[in-house]
Write a protein that binds this ligand. Structure first.
Ligand SMILES: *Cc1c(COP(=O)(O)O)cnc(C)c1O
Length: 362
């Protein structure tokens, strides 16, 4: 059995090198005589794993010293609640709604305080990023929230919103480590790792120190306070040990690839192959505004539902899997995260060209 080209939106493709290394260490992690799965999270060996993982992500992203890196559980979705519970001091926050994940976060925040919708692109099925350079932002907001890359719709902020001095909170689940970021522009950057970094079960929260306080909303569970995890260096309770270990390997792999500058270049090249093809194809079309196109998630359609289904089925047989679009959108979506080789995208486009030739009327 060979490996397929996996275009899944998440859980998604991981670097083959990482998987092989993990397989080699499965039964005996570096002379410990046990798997990382079997190891105490308080052991010396594990302490080295989590510390190295943190240092590596700090190096990769250039995370300033006044930011903490937390390895948590509960997925990105749990952050939809944790963020307001910990940051809504004045019980008012602004949300820019650019897709389903941003909308879910916005709805969750309404449980805890006043969530103000600052802008939205729902009028055109989230196919663009609204102009956020001069939004009407109330003075008394605790933070401004965005979903930086919209996994389902395939849009990405090319410029961060002008928050007019308010703390920016960003869900970067599907663009995590895909390109360099200036961490200092954010109060909180977080993401579930199963899109671009590692196995499901870990969410990484990068948070500015002054935002970590005892002063959370009344009733906030101990486990949902950033302070609990920050004070204990992500070891308050048993963390998702094995997942963090794999993330650490991916960080190492990214460093070997040349870091985030190199990843950005690689990702731009891959995305361009697909987008250039859409711009020339008579059958396949991208579904989002060109200026807002994501480098990670690329949705497209033929304009004919039956033809879409035929394409997805034939692609799967040819070894290009998980190309079906999100159930709420239809059509197709190719997620081309860091670990998707350029060759995978080239071959997919060659396959699409062939499909187009075979299925064109004239
Ligand atoms: C997948 C995804 C989520 C939800 O992640 P879970 O870990 O399943 O909760 C949230 N935000 C974005 C941008 C995503 O892509």
């Amino acid at each position: 059995m060979g490996r397929v080209y996996n275009f899944s939106a998440g859980p998604a493709v991981l670097p083959e090198e990482v998987l092989r290394e993990a397989a080699e260490e499965m039964l005996d992690y570096r002379g410990t005589g046990m798997s990382v799965m079997e190891m105490s999270h308080r052991s010396k060996a594990y302490d080295a794993i989590i510390k190295e993982a943190e240092q590596d992500i700090r190096d990769l992203m250039g995370i300033p010293d006044n930011y903490r890196v937390l390895f948590l559980q509960g997925g990105a979705s749990q952050q939809f609640a944790m963020i307001p519970m910990n940051l809504m001091k004045r019980k008012k926050a602004g949300y820019i709604v650019t897709g389903q994940w941003a909308k879910k976060a916005y709805q969750e925040a309404q449980i805890y305080g006043e969530a103000v919708k600052l802008a939205s692109s729902e009028d055109k099925t989230f196919s663009y990023i609204p102009d956020c350079s001069d939004l009407d932002i109330p003075e008394d907001l605790d933070y401004v929230y965005i979903c930086e890359n919209n996994t389902i719709y395939g849009t990405k902020y090319k410029e961060l919103p002008n928050t007019k001095g308010h703390t920016l909170v960003a869900d970067v689940s599907s663009c995590f480590l895909s390109e360099p970021v200036d961490v200092s522009r954010y109060g909180v950057i977080y993401g579930g790792v199963q899109k671009n970094v590692g196995p499901a079960g870990v969410v990484i929260v990068i948070i500015r120190e002054d935002l970590i306080t005892e002063d959370t909303l009344p009733g906030t569970p101990t486990m949902l306070k950033y302070k609990t995890h920050a004070d204990a260096d992500s070891l308050y309770n048993t963390p998702p040990c094995y997942g963090i270990y794999i993330c650490g390997k991916v960080f190492q792999w990214l460093k070997k690839q040349g870091g985030l500058e190199a990843m950005k270049k690689h990702n731009e090249e891959k995305a361009k192959i697909l987008y250039d093809f859409f711009d020339s194809s008579r059958m396949f079309k991208g579904t989002v505004e060109k200026k807002d196109r994501s480098l990670m998630n690329v949705p497209f359609v033929t304009g004919d539902k039956e033809l879409d289904a035929k394409f997805v089925a034939e692609a799967e047989k040819a070894g290009f899997v998980n190309l079906k679009g999100h159930r709420t959108v239809g059509g197709m979506r190719a997620s081309i995260y860091n670990a998707m080789p350029k060759e995978g995208v080239e071959k997919l486009v060659a396959f699409m060209k062939e499909f187009e030739e075979k299925n064109s009327q004239n």
